[in-house]
Design a binder for this molecule. Sequence first.
Ligand code: UGA
Length: 449
Amino acid sequence: MRLTVIGCGYVGLVTGACLAAAGHEVYCTDIDENRIAQLKAGKVPIYEEHLDEVLRRAVAEKKIFFTSDAGEAIRAGEVIFICVGTPPKENGEADLSAIDHVARQVATEARTPKLVVEKSTVPALTGVQLQKALAAYSPNGGIQFRVASNPEFLREGTAVSDFFHPDRIVVGVEDEKSAALFHEIYNPILQRKFHCPVHAGTCPAGTSGQLLITTINSAELIKHASNSFLALKISYANVIADLCERIGADVEEVTHAMGLDPRIGTQFLKAGLGFGGFCFPKDIQAFIHLSASVGVEFDMLKAAERVNKQRIDRFFEKVHKALWVIKGKRVAVLGLAFKANTDDIRFAPALDVIRRLTEEGAQVHATDPQAIGRTKTLLPKISYFDDPYAALKDVDAALVCTEWPLYRNLDWEKAGQVMGRRLVIDGRNLYDPKKMLALGFDYHSFGRA
Ligand code: UGA
């Protein structure tokens, strides 16, 4: 099938590349001409595991095309996936101006009927507005636009793998024809008829996800409800960690045992610096806002958000206790990305940590396997090191902010020899406190003795 993807951020690129790998012909466009020029030149503008390989193959097989001419891309596809950003406004509400802009483009540039799909995360009831906007912006009202919601559940860092091996594909539609189109689009994924980069061609046998057909309103709600629930879980684990510190229990032992109950599950119970990234913080705000706008006070979410914001304060309580005066100290920050396996620093806790350290007069040595380039443009005044051991040289303390495997496996004996003082404050609970103690470190983490 011929498909259009509008917006070449990580969601758009992963969606476009994976649907091309599933045999569809995909036309991608973006308002950022530089980004399109880069993609045409074979450069992938973001770091996302397997994405370059899938894109390269799709380009070679002439299954994916990039154009800065939105009209050309819109006319080429039967189904149009909207993958543009929906950033938060000051009041937490999602800013849907990019979606509105795309609706106008689609309505004015299309010459044949289209199925227009919300792929970006949008608040419930956006589909209703989108349908109205398409009709209103259509110059002569002659073309029929149908709307659908197909939320993504892609985690940055494992987005390609998530797309190819979904737990579920949620599709909100209002008519049979749209449902049939989605079956056709996703059948190659569900039947594993694609070259899998994760499993070198063929995925191992196992259950593949299911396609769930719902209403548009339900599909929109499923996305926000899922992300918010995961954020709640993280904040819950973080409050348990605070309790563990007061009571003298170990949060890793507590959450591990809790998670063995299949009704709870082990994932997203990792205590630490809390959640960042461009999804949870903004989605939780947008969901609180949407709920209030329809007369439902979602206090639980407000608490989860508050707990998350307080993680940096909790971290700095530890830093102050261990390091005492920060002014004039040399401090290494290990990890800048909001989580491992991505170069994304949006709402990354590490950036708040660095801002606070510099405000208090510390000299910061920052390191990250992928995110130095992006961070430098935001925080140009601190020192950057590609090699973590170079970042640790002569420092008074090391602050761990991202759970990169590189840091999990760091040789702390070697690190200790170059550090000015053996002090580690671990925001991601990566190390065994006993082992760190045995290596002579003053070691602090969340929710553990
Ligand atoms: C999240 C969801 O997991 C995806 O399903 C969803 O599609 C995506 O948002 C989206 O809406 O586009 P992502 O933001 O890539 O994906 O990151 P996660 O892996 O969910 O992690 C979010 C944050 O929570 C990170 O800062 C991570 O370090 C933190 N986290 C995660 C914890 O602090 N503890 C945990 O136990 C798990």
